[in-house]
Design a protein around this ligand. Structure first.
Ligand code: ZN
Length: 262
């Protein structure tokens, strides 16, 4: 509102998404360290003399100063006032298509895992930044970095697939069957119809990625990597769809109490 002095806040953040807003402005979706996911307008970004330059591109790690009040739930769109680059990964990632697609999956997942703005998750921020940095550094195969990221953010959200115990009864050990709907590995007694039987080395790879054991992960066989990616993607999809379906039932304006379905 003109004439109103908006408070300023500062944070470091990863640029998740950039959308057009009119001719020269952009809406930037950020995952910030201390404020969670933030959407803010960047004005005049297409002008040649823009003070933002190339700093507000996807995958960049930036230090931002934003005008707006994070505590105001009905706030107008916040405005980015200043940006300093910490490390811009976009250029390096754009030169390698598989890594670029992996990075795109990382930022898309980060956005879907933060349906509500201004709910900070330091762990999600660190994992997202770490995955983009690892993809840009090209030390490991892009698909492995992506799957490690997805397994860890699922663990952070509390729904990583069970790998070293039965997802249903909790009996410890490696079980041959795997069921997305049941939540991961399942023992012979709990195995639902339609369970798959991944190679033991695939489950080994998933455990290594979850634990950050790159010695095992880097030495893994391409067929096990493919099977791992399929299981991780299916597990993520299953939970995201169920999670998103449940969202409209939650009232987010009054402290999260459920609204009766009408
Ligand atoms: Zn069981």
């Amino acid at each position: 509102m003109p004439g109103t002095r908006l408070p300023l806040y500062r944070d470091d953040a990863v640029v998740l998404r950039v959308q057009k807003l009119g001719e020269s402005d952009r809406i930037i979706t950020l995952l910030s360290r201390r404020h969670g996911r933030v959407r803010a307008a960047a004005k005049g970004i297409r002008r040649t003399q823009s003070r933002f330059g190339a700093r507000l591109e996807p995958f960049g790690h930036v230090d931002v100063q934003i005008a707006g009040d994070p505590r105001d739930a009905h706030r107008p769109l916040h405005t980015i006032r200043q940006v300093d680059s910490i490390e811009l990964y976009g250029d390096r990632l754009a030169r390698d298509y598989p890594r670029y697609t992996a990075a795109s999956a990382v930022v898309e997942t980060a956005e879907r895992l933060t349906p509500v703005e201004y709910e900070p998750s330091l762990r999600l921020f660190q994992l997202t930044l770490g995955a983009l940095r690892a993809l840009a550094a090209a030390e490991h195969a892009g698909s492995l970095v992506l799957d490690a990221y997805l397994l860890r953010v699922m663990a952070n959200a509390g729904w990583a697939p069970a790998l070293a115990e039965c997802a249903v009864c909790g009996t410890p050990g490696r079980h041959a069957a795997f069921s997305i709907a049941a939540g991961g590995s399942v023992c012979a007694d709990c195995r639902p119809p339609g369970s798959t039987h991944p190679a033991p080395s695939t489950v080994e790879l998933m455990l290594a990625l979850l634990a950050g054991d790159w010695r095992i992960a880097d030495a893994s066989d391409p067929s096990h990597r493919r099977e791992c990616s399929g299981l991780v993607a299916a597990h993520l999809q299953w939970h995201l769809e169920r999670g998103l379906r449940s969202l409209p039932l939650v009232d987010r304006t009054s402290g999260g109490s459920p609204i009766p379905a009408t």
